[in-house]
Design a protein around this ligand. Structure first.
Ligand code: GLC
Length: 561
């Protein structure tokens, strides 16, 4: 159990991510909330995790479901209030579970008081909280530069009253904050203190590498169809200056940070980690291993490449070892479900178990996303109207331009939209998967009678019990936490094999990707007949020789010493 007195608590912990709207509905209005979380704290504890990361709980008009924050020091009325949050916080702490909040400071909501006041014009002290600029032509005829947003067309929105544009790198309802303004940074520090004083243990910092923009806001590389200009808002040097300032506050409380870091490379990560001020972020969510079946974004799909996946994981494992620390994840609220992507629906449980062992047993802090632990899968929606996410609609506009019909686009969205990860959690085989009696805010996956928490609890071979076993095996196990990492058979297109070693103890993790039987021969220095098999997603066989033929999506973990 990590404690504040153990400076490595954040290395030793594992984290459960809650996307509150779809986690548990305690007041039966079809929307997940903190009443629901309170009821499920024992369940979360039972998983063996040490912390919860909450996706935004702040009041929000939901242009991006909480990632458009309208008040940083409050709780969305749909989820509860500050008093209820405090109960959840205390309830988590009583169970030895830390609480990490999402800190979304690249942008606010356009409903935030600061933004509303900023629209009064240059005389308002809030005007310079945002990037308000004159267009290149009057009357809203030409924006200040050629940037395109990541979520919703052009990156500039025109305000007629002011005859000025504001910058939004994401949706129109998410105006970018001008972090170069010291007053904005003071606001951020005040937000940090507000939650840290209440007892929160740390923050997941949303798109934190985007918080500085090139001075003068010059045009971006013209050929980019979305996110044009991103070279002027990604990982610029002032990001580190701002993080140093925030760190002064965070350090007073011993708080933890994990930064979401698009386009992050190990070399850049090292700059953040080895800064003269210390770790500017404890961990970073990079995206490399989420690109094994796509080009940069999920929507531009490619066939799954195991070699790409292994290269991504192994590069970060090697580069961070002894210097930094990895954030390990395979799901979150921004990607479709992993079994649909890297595993197999036909072998849902076996492939789900293999994928879980594959990443949790690596070196780093593992994160498990709600529903991942029971092997939830993508949902099939019938028409565009059923979708809710701003990215889906933006992509619809883009894909229509290259000839996609609505029907064809819906098929793509069913595979590639992040909404697949946002369906309500399937708690039982009851109506709406036991999420609520009322109409749920988003469709429940119709596979809930088969895939649900109650069924998984009752089945000793379920994925849920496997996750618990893995997380508990890791807990307090220095080899899994601190051991070295070595990959074997790097060129294999069907096996991912790696070993960990620590003070004379060794572990071999063998992961099969696919149904085809593969002859596995143990690498030199590993004698399976002498090892102890600690995990296997098929009944543990007698092992007579130093090799075996794999079963579909088979995973085995052996231990020596
Ligand atoms: C991050 C969040 C994502 C959100 C975006 C804009 O990528 O994880 O959900 O839409 O930032 O805030």
């Amino acid at each position: 159990m990590p404690t504040q007195t153990n400076p490595n608590w954040w290395k030793e912990m594992s984290v459960y991510q809650i996307w509150p709207r779809s986690f548990a509905d305690g007041d039966n209005d079809g929307i997940g909330d903190l009443h629901g979380v309170l009821e499920k704290l024992d369940y979360i504890k039972s998983l063996g995790v040490d912390a919860i990361w909450f996706s935004p709980l702040y009041p929000s008009p939901n242009a991006d479901y909480g990632y458009d924050c309208a008040d940083y020091k409050n709780i969305h009325p749909e989820y509860g209030d500050l008093g209820l949050f405090k109960q959840v916080l205390d309830g988590a702490h009583e169970r030895g579970i830390k609480v990490i909040l999402d800190l979304v400071i690249n942008h606010t909501s356009d409903h935030h008081e600061w933004f509303i006041k900023s629209k009064e014009g240059p005389q308002s002290e809030y005007h310079d909280y945002y990037y308000w600029r004159k267009g290149k032509k009057p009357g809203g005829k030409k924006p200040p530069n050629n940037w395109l947003s990541v979520f919703e067309g052009g990156a500039w929105e025109y305000d007629k009253n002011l005859d000025e544009y504001y910058l939004h790198v994401f949706a129109k309802g998410q105006p970018d904050l001008n972090m170069a303004n010291p007053k904005v940074r003071e606001e951020v520090k005040s937000i940090l203190r507000f939650w840290l004083d209440m007892g929160v243990d740390g923050f997941r910092e949303d798109v934190i590498t985007y918080i500085a923009k090139t001075e003068g806001l010059p045009n971006g590389f013209p050929l980019m169809p979305v996110g044009r200009g991103m070279e002027h808002w990604t990982s610029l040097p002032p990001v580190k200056d701002y993080l140093r300032e925030f760190k002064e506050v965070l350090d007073e409380y011993g708080a933890f940070t994990v930064g979401e870091a698009p386009m992050m490379t190990p070399a850049l990560a090292k700059e953040y980690i080895t800064d003269e001020a210390g770790n500017l972020l404890n961990l970073m969510f990079h995206f490399k291993h989420m690109e094994a079946d796509c080009i940069l974004i999920d929507w531009v799909g490619l066939p799954f490449s195991l070699r790409k996946l292994k290269k991504a994981f192994s590069t970060w494992q090697r580069e961070m070892f002894g210097v930094g620390w990895n954030a390990l994840y395979i799901e979150n609220h921004d990607h479709p479900r992993i079994i649909d992507r890297y595993g197999s629906l036909k072998y849902r449980v076996q492939s789900g178990k293999m994928l879980a062992a594959m990443y949790i047993l690596q070196s780093g802090t593992p994160f498990v996303y709600q529903g991942q632990e029971i092997g939830m899968t993508n949902i099939k929606l019938d028409c565009l109207d059923q979708f809710k996410d701003v990215i889906t609609f933006n992509n619809y506009n883009l894909f229509r331009k290259i000839g996609f019909s609505e029907q064809r686009f819906v098929k793509l969205a069913n595979r590639r939209s992040r909404e697949n990860a946002r369906t309500p959690i399937q708690w039982s085989a009851e109506k709406n998967g036991g999420f609520c009696e009322a109409e749920p805010w988003f469709p429940v996956n119709p596979n809930y009678p088969e895939i649900n928490v109650a069924a998984a609890e009752a089945d000793p071979d379920s994925l849920l019990h496997w996750y618990r076993a893995l997380l508990n095996f890791r807990k307090g196990n220095p080899m899994v936490i601190y051991g070295s990492y070595e990959e074997h058979y790097e060129s294999s297109r069907s096996l991912y094999v790696y070993s960990r070693e620590y003070e004379g103890k060794k572990m071999l993790v063998i992961c099969t990707f696919g149904e085809k039987p593969v002859q596995f021969n143990a690498p030199r220095g590993f004698d399976l007949t002498q090892g102890k098999q600690v995990f296997g997603n098929y009944a543990a066989p007698e092992i007579q020789t130093n090799s075996f033929v794999t079963k579909p999506w088979e995973c085995r973990v052996y231990l020596w010493g």
